[in-house]
Design a protein. Sequence first.
Length: 371
Amino acid sequence: MVERIFNFSAGPATLPDSVMAEAQTDMMSWKGAGLSVMEMSHRSKEYDSIIKDAEARLVRLLNIPDTHKVLFLQGGANTQFAMIPLNFLADGEKGDYIISGEWAKKAHKEAKVVGKQANVVASSEDSNFSHIPARNTWNLSSDAKYVHYCSNNTIYGTCYNELPDFGHNNVICDMSSDFLSRPVDVSKFAMIYAGAQKNAGPAGVTIVIIRKDWAEKIGTPNLPTMLKYKTHFDKDSLYNTPPSYSIYICGLVFKWIEEEIGGLSKMLELNRKKSSMIYNAIDNSAGFYKGTVDNKNDRSLMNVTFKLPTPELDAKFIEEAKKRKMSGLKGYRTVGGIRASIYNAHPLKGVETLVDFMEEFRKTHEKEANA
């Protein structure tokens, strides 16, 4: 039996044990084909069955309507930050951006870098992103082509826990860190995109769900072929060699959610259970642990952020946790403290271990904190 630690990293994240086991079985010879998925031609009938199965499972999981199509792309969410305005904004057109964290901020910045008009219509940056901008602070433009937001903020531990009512037909969402963590009404979006390495699979593939009429848009003349959504739409994600092995693993993760977890409603139940255990430990610690999110309604189910009474205790907590086989708990540099990322595949046992350690650590060090 291989010894595994509990990985609380913000990504790449834990993959399900059953996915790792099946991939291990298929490593040398996928389903008796005599070669690994990593060695297959992406034009072969074997790989065609793999990518089509992955797409079909994702369509079932999210109940994706016929109006939308799944694309498996490369370049991470950061490439999408530029592709979105390049494809969807012609000269003189503008996009609205809600800035609730670092990645939403980068998406807006990239739109400006490629020479497009991108409006900040709401932001919580003045509070170091400790909350989601309240709906009554949004100053949406009546003539914007789209409104862009990031659903979960890995660094700051905040999340839109309910789908906002934008009053806009063309909503684009970066779901990189909470994709497949809960049911989503895809019909409400012009486009959803997500780097796979949090909840959907390994690093290397970016999942895009795009409304078909939007895949036809090319707002910028002479746009390079690989930066056009239409290129990948027309070729079913196979214009060039895709990140084939990463897509294969994604398909296994979709299978795990569908067959072992029982779908996204069950996935949401499990994620709520895991996160509530840690939030309860924070809230019942008599102030020893302090959450970094101002509004409890904005708390993320994926990334739980908190601080101890002093930076020295933060550091001691992280080091002692490592001895208990818990890694990746150090908070992002702009927030500090602790960040426990508990994506879909993070086991309940890992959360239980962390909560038990939190209580033990508090009892051992609370006198030191009050000295």
